[in-house]
Design a protein. Structure first.
Length: 1117
């Protein structure tokens, strides 16, 4: 499916860009006024007792508006609030407010309580005296006016207040009241301040975060174009999310905080996804693929992983829908929309832009920054070295990290829960200061009171007595600012409401519990009010939290199992994520509740809102699982390519360390901008994400996870068989692609080298790519250096890469046929006849017959060249480096089964067939096949012979050099994928070590030699001019077996070409003729036979090389 998406996007790239950009722009324009449709409600449980009581009181008694706006008035020094002249000026302010905004504010509905109003008669005077007793403080230095704002719901009330709010600016100057202080407190001014803070947060993210992210991406990618693309995706995602949220706001209430949270999550996730897509596209271009293939492969790999990652995050956020609070539902709706849009834009708009740019994606940058490292350089870099160290010391790594995380969890024991208050604003915020001053000057007139809503029968005297009993019992509970009383209580025909404020809001839980324990004697009583609403919300969250955590773990674990086919990995991921989450909550408790660093961060420590805790759990767990998926995806990819568990862990960590760290750093910058918010709740979310990202992307993902997987070993991949079957049918993991010949870009230098007869190295296959060959290579004369990584042209012939299932684990090779170091041609079990090799399975071209008798894959038949006699150099000739150039040593690579950094012979495992990839071996002295790929075969002049890499023959002149070519010591060309080659058997199979990989040794088993040229033992050819009776065994015809220092040559030549003396060019020899009646050996049965790369004269089999080496030895003897 993803391959089809990639092809579709490439073909219709302009249409995709036009449609998607137009759609996101339309949604963004539609959502510009989203703030007008957001509400400050949604914090409470709609099914709780407190909500039922509040709704009953609102329906019968009407909505309580006296706490909407509190205008706190403080006259200048020396003036009292009961001064008639001062009161008249303040009354003018109230009258003008009513005149200018009569549709929102009036004295009857919703009402204004004004202590400065002059009494018109005695009745009014008595009423005003009661009002002034409440609204004037005892010192007569402070007073307040209660102003109701018209509206049936919180959203309407808040929007209406925003219309009225400018009226209260600079009242003292407007109305000539010098020294008079007007402060705005109450529910709506505090909510308006928080709403303004949310708007500032979004602007701050746009002004600060986006430019900083663009700068970071520039240094990550090394180019302006590549750096801008993830930011573009982030902008499109946010624009579309705002439009979708406005659509949702038409059918359900959305909390005012949802916009900032959605912007935070959506922007960070979208930029991260853009980073992954662009990085993979540049990697595919670096591998040699053209733009079309690179786009398709990017969508099939990184695009599929992005969609899977988005699925995990959406599943985690969907768990928030279990809770009844509208705030959590609002965030869940918006965040799910933004993450989904981020994934959609990342696999449509971004690949379409990449299809247009192609290689120009690296424009406008510095070459040293945009250089793409090879896989070997990545594995040998910082993250590879760190992973290697962890592999050597898993316990030393895991134990300290676990202890550190457990220590960070300890402060979480002091967690406290509360509701949203004015303390969520900065300490110097004028609305917060006004609210605190109001609570200080008027302690009995709290804006957030506990209310007792009681249903009774007004005709029953017993019910009246019960009401007084309830009030008396409630007054026995300590902690209230005043007594519950029926005098002055709001009442209707059958409903009465008594209220009192709490001295300390933190005691609300105990107070509500004791009030509900009062015996009402058959009357229906509801404990309502803001403190009761908050406490019921906390209880509902804590009750549903276990179910949410269970579903969160189950959903993410199921998705991870479908991706990786392991039961152990999801369990391990859940435990590690739990450690990281607990550590993050401990850090947040230490900062925001214990108050460490509060003066620096400009906030007041206090209880945490329970809804925010649940939101933090969902976000952080989703992000940590997301990074786990990216890390494990690369490990599984290496595992499927044939690496052992240790090698897969090391390579996966090395390749994902930089990208995960970069993605986390980008999210830290985005969340850091929100960490500067004036709203404590946003600080809590931002600091929590920053702490979680730093912990997760460093010590958890790069240290703890590799260490645990190393300790688990191969058990990491375990799952019951029946679960494996299910996973294979509906697996969701990233597609592991093979190298493709058609998609490779052909460079001019490669074409020139090919046409000149030089063997141009092909890019390695996916199983070979981890260690490219090293050493000098031949290039055509007059042609510049051929860049590394340039693919060769696709060979002619109907060859297709076979598609067969990959093994789940590397398979060990057969045991060696002879001990390492035994003489060539000698076997402990005696001579064994050569067995023919069956043709490899899979989609291959036509069978390749013997070059002497038929055509090979559509090529002209190979012409057999006479085997030259190669005499051995004199025994007393010292070893010296080849003349004319130096030979580079073959780099070592760690052994996967033991120590990941211990050196070993480079070898490769064909992950598709579980057998050695013979195309990765090199040739030693005398044409002997060795287990390494990095040592080129050279002639006496130090110039490459037989194909430049020691793996294929080329036309050479008399002195072993390639005509018309010059030597160049540079990194070899990477090899494109090639069809599998026949499996080596018999004497040509490399000896296997204890780890199942080929060792640096000569082939085992007898060599097929024409009967007329065999020595008396039948095991080797006769020396030049010798007869059958002159030699009785291979040992007798090799008298120079001693060390080089004793005058003899070692039997097995060193693998290092620098230690081998150059061989003189032998004169041509007559071709050997087989003895009558004895069939000549067939080249088609020789193992490791490569596909011909040049003309027929360049084709040579390993048997020919072996025979020539033996002839040279015999001639020397």
């Amino acid at each position: 499916m993803f391959g089809a998406i990639g092809n579709f996007v490439y073909r219709l790239r302009f249409v995709v860009i036009g449609v998607m950009v137009a759609l996101m722009a339309a949604l963004g324009l539609y959502g510009l006024d989203l703030n007008k449709h957001l509400s400050q409600s949604g914090w409470f449980d709609p099914g709780s007792e407190s909500v039922a009581g509040s709704q009953l009181a609102d329906e019968v008694l009407g909505r309580d508006h006296k706490s909407d706006v509190i205008m706190l008035v403080t006259p200048p020094a020396g003036t009292k609030v009961d001064d008639p002249a001062f009161g008249a000026k303040v009354e003018t302010v109230v009258e003008d407010l009513i005149n200018q905004h009569g549709d929102i504010v009036n004295r009857t509905d919703p009402g204004i309580i004004d202590p400065f109003k002059a009494a018109e008669n005695d009745f009014d005077k008595a009423t005003q005296d009661q009002i002034r007793a409440r609204l004037f403080d005892q010192s007569r230095e402070h007073a307040f006016v209660s102003i109701g704002i018209k509206g049936a719901d919180d959203t309407t009330i808040l929007n209406n207040y925003k219309i009225v709010e400018p009226f209260f600016d600079d009242l003292s100057e407007t109305y000539d009241l010098p020294g008079t202080q007007f402060q705005m407190a109450g529910l709506q001014p505090v909510a308006g301040a928080m709403s303004a803070g949310m708007d500032e947060d979004i602007k701050r993210a746009e002004i600060i975060a986006l430019p900083l992210v663009a700068i970071m991406l520039f240094f990550i990618f090394g180019g302006v174009i590549a750096a801008c693309l993830p930011v573009v995706i982030g902008g499109l995602t946010i624009a579309g999310s705002l439009g979708i949220m406005k659509i949702l706001a038409q059918v359900t209430e959305l909390n005012i905080f949802a916009q900032s949270v959605v912007t935070l999550i959506g922007l960070g996730i979208a930029i991260d996804y853009g980073l992954f897509i662009v990085s993979r596209f540049r990697e595919e271009l670096a591998e040699g693929y053209d733009t079309r293939s690179a786009v398709r492969r990017t969508v099939m790999t990184a695009g599929q992983t992005v969609v899977f990652s988005a699925t995990i995050i959406v599943g985690a956020l969907a768990c928030l829908l279990l809770f009844p609070q509208g705030f959590l539902k609002s965030v869940a709706y918006g965040a799910i929309a933004s993450v989904t849009l981020a994934a959609i834009c990342s696999i449509t708009v971004l690949p379409a832009i990449l299809s247009i740019l192609g290689p120009k994606i690296d424009m406008w940058g510095f070459s040293f920054l945009r250089r793409t490292k090879t896989k070997k350089e990545v594995e040998d870099g910082f993250w590879g070295k760190l992973a290697s160290w962890v592999m050597r010391h898993p316990l030393k790594t895991a134990i300290p990290v676990v202890l550190l995380l457990l220590a960070l969890i300890i402060p979480f024991a002091g967690i406290q829960f509360g509701g949203i208050t004015e303390k969520y604003l900065p300490p110097q915020n004028p609305n917060r200061v006004a609210q605190q001053d109001f609570d200080t000057y008027f302690p009995t007139e709290r804006t957030e009171e506990i209310k007792l809503v009681i249903s009774y029968d007004p005709e029953s005297s017993d019910d009246a007595a019960k009401l007084q009993t309830i009030a008396d019992e409630a007054n026995k509970i300590p902690g209230f600012t005043k007594e519950f009383t029926l005098d002055g209580a709001e009442a209707s025909d059958n409903i009465v409401q008594m209220s009192a404020g709490l001295i300390d809001q933190n005691t609300a839980g105990e107070a509500v519990k004791e009030l509900r324990a009062i015996n009402t004697d058959g009357l229906d009583m509801y404990v309502a009010g803001t403190p009761a609403l908050t406490q019921d919300s906390i209880n509902a969250l804590l009750d549903d939290l276990p179910l949410m955590i269970f579903l969160l773990i189950m959903v993410t674990s199921l998705l991870m199992f479908l991706a990786f086919g392991s039961v152990v990995l999801p369990i391990k991921a859940a435990l590690v994520s739990a450690l990281g989450l607990g550590s993050t909550l401990g850090i947040l408790t230490w900062i925001f509740i214990d108050g460490h660093g509060s003066s620096i961060a400009n906030f007041t420590p206090g209880p945490l809102m329970s809804a925010v805790l649940v939101l933090i759990i969902a976000i952080i767990y989703g992000l940590s699982t997301d990074y786990e998926v990216f890390l494990l995806s690369r490990m599984v990819e290496e595992r499927q390519k044939g690496a052992t568990t240790t090698e897969a862990i090391r390579k996966g960590t090395a390749h994902t360390g930089r990208i995960i760290t970069a993605a986390a750093a980008i999210l830290v910058v985005v969340t850091g901008a929100f960490g500067l918010s004036e709203i404590v709740m946003m600080k809590y979310i931002a600091y929590g994400m920053i702490a979680a990202l730093i912990l997760d992307a460093t010590i958890i993902r790069m240290l703890l996870v590799p260490a645990i997987m190393k300790l688990l070993g191969d058990d990491c991949w375990w799952a019951p068989h029946w679960m494996k079957v299910i996973q294979e049918k509906i697996g969701l993991g990233e597609t592991i692609l093979d190298d493709e010949l058609d998609g490779k870009r052909v460079m001019t230098a490669a074409k020139t080298a090919r046409s000149a007869g030089t063997v141009v190295a092909e890019a390695p296959t996916s199983a070979m790519r981890s260690q490219p060959a090293a050493g000098p290579r031949a290039v055509p004369a007059g042609v510049g250096s051929v860049p590394a990584g340039v693919g060769a042209p696709r060979p002619s012939g109907p060859l297709a890469r076979p598609v067969t299932p990959r093994p789940s684990a590397p398979q060990s090779r057969p045991a060696p046929d002879r001990p390492v170091g035994a003489p060539v041609g000698h076997s402990e079990s005696g001579p064994t006849p050569r067995q023919p090799v069956s043709a490899p399975s899979g989609r291959m071209g036509a069978p390749r017959p013997d070059p002497a008798g038929g055509q090979t894959n559509g090529r002209p038949p190979a012409t057999r060249r006479p085997d030259p006699i190669r005499p051995r150099p004199p025994a007393d000739r010292p070893s010296e480096p080849p003349v004319g150039g130096s030979v580079r040593r073959a780099p070592s690579r760690p052994a996967p089964d033991s120590d990941p950094v211990a050196t070993r012979t480079p070898s490769r495992e064909n992950a598709r067939r579980g057998r050695p990839d013979t195309g990765g071996w090199s040739l030693g002295a005398g044409g002997i096949r060795l287990g390494g790929t990095d040592t080129p075969a050279t002639n006496g002049s130090g110039v490459i012979r037989a194909g430049g890499s020691g793996t294929n023959g080329t036309n050479t002149n008399g002195n072993g050099t390639t005509p018309g070519h010059r030597q160049e010591t540079a990194e070899p060309l990477r090899q494109p994928g090639r069809p599998p080659r026949p499996q080596p058997t018999g004497s040509n199979r490399p000896a296997s070590g204890p780890d199942g990989r080929p060792q640096e040794s000569r082939p085992t088993g007898p060599r097929s030699v024409p009967a007329g040229r065999q020595d008396p033992s039948g095991r080797g050819p006769l020396a030049s001019g010798a007869t059958g009776g002159e030699l009785s065994s291979p040992l007798r015809r090799r008298p120079n077996l001693g060390p080089a220092g004793t005058g003899g040559q070692p039997l097995i030549a060193s693998l290092n070409p620098e230690q081998q003396p150059p061989r003189p060019t032998p004169p041509p020899a007559e071709p050997e003729q087989p003895r009558p009646g004895t069939p000549a050996p067939q080249d088609t049965s020789a193992s490791g036979r490569r596909r011909a790369r040049g003309t027929s004269e360049e084709q040579i089999s390993v048997r020919d090389l072996l025979r020539r080496g033996n002839n040279g030895n015999n001639s020397q003897e």
